[in-house]
Design a protein around this ligand. Structure first.
Ligand code: GLY
Length: 365
């Protein structure tokens, strides 16, 4: 079992990473000195029942309430937050009680947000159940909900008190979900750690098969990258923007397909990374060797051809979504581009027409 300590200005907390660590949950919570009388477990309905049972039996509290959440972007809203707050009020929870989340990014965002609102903030333990949430959303304290104006537009920065990432939970994930989480690990390597990129490139098949030794190293190193970034820039004023590598393109690709199951978030990010890599090469920001290494890795993952999903008739929609991305604060496009494997440009802006022509060149008529 490995422990990473996250030290942000607002809170210091530990992330535990290991295989089958739930049996030690009581001990870990005690060691972390997280005290509470009552607990509300917010659990994604998709989490296998045996895990819920195991987690429940390893929590010490007077009241132990389980709220099963039907995690979807549609349910990531204020109605769900209100339902959670009502349970807390009806059961007389105090600020010293705890919400324990067991689920993926959506459940984590909802649970973290509710914990930040109830009586101005109660305790929050996150047990991420997907690879994506173990390497990304459980670290750094972004919480929130969607509304009719867009995704994640209402929320707070609220760091958890503890994160437990058990790789045994990942066994129940379909391969597409594993690739989805892998996209963020790969992204972290490109942003800040060439050694991690080389490890991923060499061991891709073992990692995607969730071989414990390999997946744990990939998660650990990936979390270390995110740790370094959020510790320096918790509120995304500058450095944290680097985590958007591939995301402005990726969000536009997901949105253009109306968030259909044809393309999940991680797959959109992989296509986004493909576009950011090709753009960086085209603008002579990225050298040939690194470009070829990234493309070769994406080809192992089978993400090298944007034309599989889009044609030139989609161009207008894609560009409109890119320009409206909430991270874009001016008419020009803020895009993260690559300098080399392990280094990115954060504050460059690109002309919308230039980007439109670039995407056009990537698509068939
Ligand atoms: N997922 C990007 C961030 O946490 O900032």
């Amino acid at each position: 079992m490995k422990i990473i300590n996250i030290k942000t200005k607002s809170k210091h907390y530990n992330i535990y990473i290991g295989h089958d660590i739930f049996a030690k949950l009581k001990k870990i919570i005690k060691k972390e000195n997280i005290q509470f009388k009552n607990s509300l477990l917010i659990v994604d309905k998709k989490v296998p029942k045996n895990f819920i049972k195991k987690i429940k039996s390893n929590i010490n509290s007077t009241k132990k309430i389980v709220y099963l959440f039907n995690a979807s972007e549609k349910n990531k809203n204020f109605k769900s937050i209100n339902s959670i707050l009502e349970i807390l009020f009806k059961n007389n929870f105090t600020r010293n009680d705890v919400i324990i989340c067991v689920g993926g990014g959506i459940t984590g965002d909802i649970s973290g947000f509710a914990s930040s609102l109830y009586k101005r903030g109660m305790k929050f333990i996150n047990i991420p159940s997907t690879l994506l949430s173990q390497v990304d959303s459980s670290i750094g304290g972004k919480t929130g909900v969607n509304n009719k104006f867009g995704k994640n537009l209402i929320g707070s920065f609220c760091q958890p008190d503890l994160v437990i990432s058990d790789t045994k939970l990942l066994k129940s994930l379909p391969r597409r979900e594993v690739v989805c989480g892998y996209a963020e690990i790969f992204k972290h390597s490109l942003i800040a750690n060439k050694k991690l990129f080389l490890f991923l490139d060499k061991n891709l098949s073992n990692i995607l098969k969730l071989n414990p030794k390999f997946i744990q190293k990939a998660i650990l190193e990936s979390c270390k990258v995110k740790k370094q970034i959020v510790e320096k820039d918790e509120k995304e004023n500058n450095l944290r923007k680097s985590l958007n590598l591939g995301h402005t393109f990726g969000h536009a690709y997901e949105a253009t397909l109306n968030y259909s199951s044809k393309l999940n978030h991680g797959e959109a990010v992989l296509y986004g990374i493909l576009s950011a890599t090709k753009l960086s090469k085209k603008l002579n920001l990225l050298g040939k060797n690194d470009y070829e290494q990234i493309l070769s890795h994406l080809s192992k993952l089978k993400f090298t051809n944007l034309s599989k999903l889009f044609s030139r008739k989609d161009l207008k929609k894609i560009i409109n979504f890119m320009a409206n991305d909430k991270k874009n604060v001016s008419k020009k496009l803020n895009l993260i581009t690559l300098k080399k494997i392990g280094r990115v440009n954060i504050s460059k802006q690109y002309n919308t027409v230039q980007i439109r022509n670039f995407i056009k060149s990537e698509l068939l008529k």
